[in-house]
Design a protein around this ligand. Structure first.
Ligand code: SF4
Ligand code: SF4
Length: 370
């Protein structure tokens, strides 16, 4: 629908566009692993309609059905009239956050408070973010909370690659704000607008002209969600876009390696960045690239967004990705997303023949001819 945050009422037409055909069952991962129609896209459209027409008072079961949607958007790929189910779910959550906040799991409430108070969704002190680096003031490498707190090596490797290719961006470290995605994901839209406006002012005041990030979620949030209601004075690029468009990346591995690539929902289906990661992989000598059975638009969600709330369901989703990689003979599943990496690694840990590998680490290694 685009253009500003809209209420569930604004999606009424979209809700009635649903034909109830059920084609979305072929894509929706939360349906596929439960065979529960209320955990399918069609079921969630019906839940939204029931709320809109006042025929159902939300309870904990209702919340589970709404909150277990990963917003992966594959239902739209399968849907003949292209119903925007993920946007309907987002709008429904924004109603629920206003009217039934008491039904939200405590984990989510704490995560939201943590963004507002500590500039990260994990409840950890801001001081646990990675160190800062002084570089060109107009170019910012926006690390993202997940990498900054849990996987600083991914950020360090990204920085290494950028510097080797002639770019020396600034890294804000503890000063880096949270992009606020969790807020909009869970329906805390008013809080999100406030955070987004603060982040934009903060970056503008620092004279930032280009933001490069390796986090698909930060990328989508800064580039798409922020733009829904404000205009940005800086450009936002995913690291893979910058490396392909602005640099000439070439690398080599010391040993042959067969890798596959998992398209993160936020980078692929949401933002259409499919080619750049593949171009980078194909520019590495001694690397054989094989596609997953389901890739690009059809890529399977790793379950990352719901892992904390519904770990069993999320594990079934990441297991499916890993099984696909084993099927095509890959020894490494490369991801350009920390959330996907974490999910895939947790499933890959049960299989000796395959492992998860983050793209920045692979690129840094290929530059070193390692
Ligand atoms: S966005 Fe993903 S999880 Fe949510 S209804 Fe659509 S396919 Fe299912
Ligand atoms: S595929 Fe689309 S139109 Fe058909 S039931 Fe699912 S959401 Fe509705």
């Amino acid at each position: 629908m685009g253009g500003g945050f809209v209420s569930l009422k604004d999606y009424e037409g979209e809700i009635y566009t649903c034909l109830r055909c059920g084609f979305c069952q072929a894509g929706c991962p939360t349906f596929r692993h439960t065979l529960n129609e209320s955990l399918n896209a069609r079921g969630r459209v019906i839940l939204a309609k029931l709320y809109l027409t006042g025929q159902y008072t939300p309870d904990e079961d209702y919340m589970q059905r709404v909150l277990s949607c990963t917003l992966c958007d594959i239902c739209k790929v399968k849907c003949p009239p292209k119903v925007e189910v993920a946007e309907i779910v987002e709008a429904l959550r924004s109603e629920l956050w206003r009217s039934h906040r008491d039904l939200y799991p405590q984990d989510i409430v704490e995560s939201i408070n943590s963004i507002l108070e500590r500039q990260n969704p994990f409840g950890v002190p801001r001081e646990q973010k990675m160190r800062s680096y002084e570089g060109e003031s107009s170019v910012l490498f926006f690390v993202g909370c997940s990498s900054s707190v849990y996987y600083p090596h991914m950020a360090e490797n990204t920085l290494q690659v950028l510097r080797a290719l002639g770019l020396n961006p600034t890294v804000l470290g503890q000063e880096e704000p949270c992009c606020g995605y969790r807020l909009v994901e869970m329906g805390a839209v008013d809080e999100f607008k406030r955070v987004a406006s603060e982040v934009v002012s903060f970056l503008e005041n620092r004279g930032v002209e280009l933001v490069i990030t390796n986090c698909p979620t930060c990328y989508k949030t800064l580039k798409e969600y922020y733009k829904r209601y404000t205009s940005l004075t800086f450009e936002v690029m995913h690291i893979t876009e910058w490396l392909v468009k602005e640099a000439k990346f070439e690398g080599e591995l010391s040993e042959p390696m067969t890798v596959t690539y998992h398209d993160p929902c936020h980078l692929g289906r949401s933002m259409g960045v499919y080619e750049e990661p593949r171009q980078l992989l194909e520019s590495i000598r001694n690397l054989k690239f094989v596609e997953l059975p389901k890739s690009r638009e059809e890529s399977i969600c790793c379950g990352g967004p719901i892992r904390a709330l519904y770990p069993e369901l999320a594990s079934k989703m990441s297991d499916e990705v890993v099984q696909g990689a084993i099927e095509v003979g890959a020894s490494q599943i490369v991801s350009s997303c920390t959330t996907c990496y974490r999910s895939i690694a947790s499933s890959a840990a049960f299989h000796a023949e395959v492992d998860a590998l983050d793209l920045p680490t692979l690129l840094a290694r290929a530059l070193r001819r390692g």
